[in-house]
Design a protein around this ligand. Structure first.
Ligand SMILES: [Zn+2]
Length: 227
C-alpha cells in the first residue's frame, strides 16, 4: 500500500473507532436473529430443490425442437448460426441486417446498420478516382460471409486505410477507412435491394484530411459500438 493509502487507513481508523464499538454491540444483539435467518435460508434452499423440474431433458428437448424449427425457417445450417442471429437481433434491435458484396459475387458480407444510412462522400485523391461513398460501422457489426481469399488490398501514404477490393471484378464493396481503421466503411451502392430506407450524403473534405478529421464532431467515433 502506498503512503496515501496508509494515511487514509489511519484517518479512517481514528474516525471509525467509536463506530466499530457500536457495531460489535449491535452484532451481539442481532446474533440470535441472524441464526434464525440462516435457518430460514436453509429451509428455502431445500424447497428450491423440490421445485426443480424433475426431468430437465424434457425442457431441453422442447428447446431443441424450437431450435430446429427456427433454423429451418431462417435457412440456417447450424445452431451456432441461429444463436448468432438471435444475439444480433437482440443487441442491434434498432438496426437492420443489410447484405451485399462485389459484382462477380466472390465477396459477400452482412452488416448491421441503420436503415437510414449516413454516407460520406470524400474528395481525397483516391476517393475522387473511385467515387468512394461509404457509411462507417464498428467491426463487430460487419461479417465477411465469403471471399477472404478473393480480396486484395491497396494502401498508400500513411497506409492506415486498407482499400480492399475483389481480385476478380475489381469492385470495392467495403474497406477499412483511415478515419476509423478499427471499423469498416461499407459502400451503400454494393448492398442488396430491400433494406435501405434512406441515404443522407455528407460531403467531407478529405483533401485537407488532418484538418477535417480534427474538426469533425462524430466521424472518429463511428466505429465504436454503442452497446
Ligand atoms: Zn468480385
Amino acid at each position: 500500500m502506498g503512503k496515501f493509502g496508509a494515511a487514509r487507513r489511519g484517518s479512517l481508523q481514528r474516525k471509525g473507532r467509536s463506530a466499530a464499538k457500536e457495531q460489535v454491540t449491535r452484532r451481539k444483539e442481532q446474533k440470535p436473529e441472524l441464526e434464525g435467518l440462516a435457518g430460514g435460508q436453509g429451509a428455502e434452499r431445500g424447497l428450491e430443490k423440490e421445485l426443480q423440474p424433475p426431468d430437465t431433458a424434457v425442457e431441453l428437448a422442447n428447446q431443441a425442437e424450437r431450435w430446429r424449427a427456427f433454423q429451418k425457417s431462417q435457412r440456417l445450417d447450424t445452431a451456432e448460426a441461429a444463436a448468432r442471429l438471435l444475439l444480433d437481433t437482440f443487441e442491434y434491435r434498432d438496426l437492420v441486417k443489410h447484405t451485399g458484396g462485389c459484382h462477380c459475387g466472390a465477396v459477400r458480407f452482412e452488416v448491421w446498420a441503420s436503415a437510414d444510412l449516413h454516407v460520406f462522400d470524400c474528395n481525397c485523391s483516391i476517393c475522387t478516382r473511385k467515387q468512394n461513398q461509404h457509411f462507417i460501422v464498428p467491426a463487430s457489426h460487419f461479417r465477411l460471409l465469403k471471399g477472404t481469399d478473393n480480396l486484395t488490398v491497396y494502401t498508400f501514404n500513411t497506409k492506415t486505410a486498407k482499400h480492399t477490393f475483389c481480385k476478380t471484378c475489381g469492385v470495392q464493396s467495403f474497406y477499412s477507412p483511415r478515419s476509423n481503421p478499427d471499423g469498416y466503411g461499407v459502400m451503400p451502392h454494393c448492398l442488396d435491394d430491400g433494406t435501405v430506407h434512406s441515404i443522407n450524403v455528407e460531403k467531407i473534405n478529405g483533401k485537407e484530411w488532418e484538418k477535417t478529421i480534427k474538426e469533425h464532431k462524430t466521424i472518429k467515433n463511428m466505429s465504436k459500438a454503442m452497446i
